[in-house]
Design a protein around this ligand. Structure first.
Ligand code: DGL
Length: 260
């Protein structure tokens, strides 16, 4: 299973897959040389996405997860169809869960600037539930804070509170964490939005989707090696990547730097 993101965020998907369907070999690419994606143009992010997919295919991936809401939101199905393997985005599974979880259909979304301005969540939620009221907020400071490991700092809590204020006023009952970095900040997000709000974690939603896909597609399941091995690649070595990656995966890791 090939998985990529702009940095450490997609490791929340690696963690969720390892918990939900343990044993599958995974290869992860964190594009640390180009993080964050969320402040870049759609054209640039699509270029990175194609290149990352090609790299993972070269590593032997038989299915690929775009563990990045930003890349998922700007890359069209038409671009992904040119590849011969199944490629999964993280938006649709999160939307399906959110619509199911919400009782008042007053749904909040947090994401990067690129994800929010793509309007993809609104579009998919309304397709699923035309009466839903959707409130979205771009949170550009959260990815650098997560990459920096500032998960429990007071300053981070203050910034989260400020971002969530407009969603709180609108009395959402469900909040989509529309960026794979945000599960790293889940505790502070839950505290600031209130315990009554259901948080939709796209890393958990996609792992459930992959589980169902593999049980429905046994031929593909049989193509996947299952030695519980995780290979990690990055495009730039940073101390932070190792620190946050080890915190996320709760194990010692080694990784290889590749210039792709
Ligand atoms: N974790 C990614 C996402 O889900 C990328 C964030 C970024 O690089 O800005 O959007």
């Amino acid at each position: 299973i090939g998985i990529f993101d702009s940095g450490v965020g997609g490791l929340t998907v690696v963690r969720a897959i390892a918990e939900k369907i343990p044993g599958y070999d995974m290869v992860y690419f964190g594009d640390t040389a180009h993080t964050p994606y969320g402040t870049k143009s759609a054209e640039t992010v699509i270029g990175y996405t194609i290149r990352n997919i090609e790299f993972l295919l070269h590593q032997g991936a038989k299915i690929i997860i775009i563990a990045c809401n930003t890349a998922s939101s700007v890359t069209s199905a038409r671009v992904l169809e040119q590849f011969a393997v199944p490629i999964f985005e993280v938006i649709t599974p999160a939307v399906d869960h959110a619509v199911e979880a919400s009782t008042n259909l007053n749904i909040g979304i947090m994401g990067t600037r690129a994800t929010i301005s793509s309007g993809i969540y609104e579009k998919k939620i309304v397709e699923n539930q035309p009466t839903a009221r959707i409130h979205s907020v771009a949170c550009p400071l959260l990815v650098p804070l997560a990459e920096e490991g500032w998960l429990k700092k007071r300053e981070t809590a203050m910034i989260v509170k400020k971002y969530l204020q407009p969603l709180k006023i609108r009395q959402i009952d469900t909040l989509i964490l529309g960026c794979t970095h945000y599960p790293l900040l889940k505790t502070v997000i839950q505290r600031k939005i209130g315990q009554h709000v259901a948080l939709i974690d796209s890393s958990i939603c996609i792992s459930e989707r992959i589980k169902n896909f593999l049980s429905d597609n046994r031929d593909i399941h049989l193509q996947l090696s299952q030695n519980g091995h995780l290979s990690l690649f990055v495009s730039d070595v940073t101390d932070q990547f190792k620190k946050i990656a080890e915190m996320t995966l709760k194990t010692h890791i080694s990784f290889e730097c590749v210039k792709i």
